[in-house]
Design a protein around this ligand. Structure first.
Ligand code: ATP
Ligand code: MG
Length: 255
């Protein structure tokens, strides 16, 4: 077992517990069993990387964890909630307050600027536009954005810049669970590290948990643990390689 990252002296809490989770797409001859019995426990305050070959079920699993997709079977508790026991309205509300999702395909809104896109979780919550955009701007600044980039539409940003907007949007409302699908795939080494440092600082808060899907070995060292997935199951959980000094834990950012 990895040494718990908890420095509060409190025993680490389980934030996510999956037992035998299954999910099949389609029916009959066209059925694809994407999850074949996922068992996984993730502690609060943990940054877990999820790695595995294309098609093994990573996006499906994090979609189930984020309440974006129903499971077919098994048990899954996320921050002490079970989506299958909640109404669609309760799930939407819970997601809006507690979950940030970075999609593999960014999913930015073309007509909104970078800062407005990043601010959408706050706008949905009813925050005034200026306050929401200011808060989003502060997160984007930490990700290397200047004022001009913040005012740009997604079409005028590079793939890496769009990816950072998607990451800012997942963090801006300070959710307790952030799930990221390949968050550094379009980023160079420096930007990738910047993103992971920010996500890591976020995970330092003992109430938070991060699940990051990646193939990017450059970011393995930022993980508390690495879960290997194959053919719809978690097959191994490993400790990350030794962390380089620049990736070591820092005190939480002032908020
Ligand atoms: N909407 C869908 N309808 C039918 N099959 C699907 C659907 N989404 C995913 N699948 C199938 O489910 C399996 C798991 O897909 P998933 O997207 O979870 O894999 P992944 O590990 O995220 O892959 P990648 O690394 O390529 O993103 C694959 O065989 C995929 O083809
Ligand atoms: Mg995927």
């Amino acid at each position: 077992m990895a040494t718990p990252s908890n420095s509060t002296g409190r025993p680490p809490q389980t934030a996510i517990r999956c037992v035998g989770v299954t999910k099949t797409y389609g029916e009959g001859n066209a059925a694809v069993q994407a999850l074949r019995g996922v068992d996984l426990e993730i502690r609060a305050g943990e940054l877990l990387l999820l790695e595995g070959p294309s098609g093994c079920g990573k996006t499906t699993l994090i979609s189930v964890l984020a309440g974006l997709m129903h499971r077919d079977g098994g048990n899954c508790s996320v921050l002490d909630h079970d989506y299958e026991q909640m109404s669609p309205g309760e799930t939407t509300l819970f997601r809006g307050q507690n979950i940030g999702f970075v999609f593999q395909a960014f999913n930015l809104i073309p007509a909104l600027t970078a800062a407005e896109n990043a601010a959408t979780p706050l706008l949905i919550r009813g925050l005034k536009r200026k306050a929401a955009v200011d808060q989003a701007g502060a997160v984007l600044k930490e990700l290397g954005f200047d004022d001009r980039m913040m005012r740009s539409l997604p079409a005028d940003l590079s793939g890496g810049q769009q990816q950072r907007v998607a990451i800012a949007r997942a963090m801006v409302h300070r959710p307790r669970l952030i799930v990221c699908d390949e968050p550094t795939s379009a980023l160079d080494r420096e930007s990738g590290h910047q993103v992971m440092e920010l996500l890591r600082r976020f995970a330092l808060d003992q109430d938070r948990v991060l699940v990051v899907v990646t193939h990017d070995e450059r970011i393995f060292k930022f993980a508390d643990r690495i879960a290997r997935m194959e053919d719809g199951r978690i097959t191994r959980i490993e400790n990350p390689p030794a962390r380089a000094p620049e990736a070591s834990r820092k005190p939480p950012a002032q908020s």
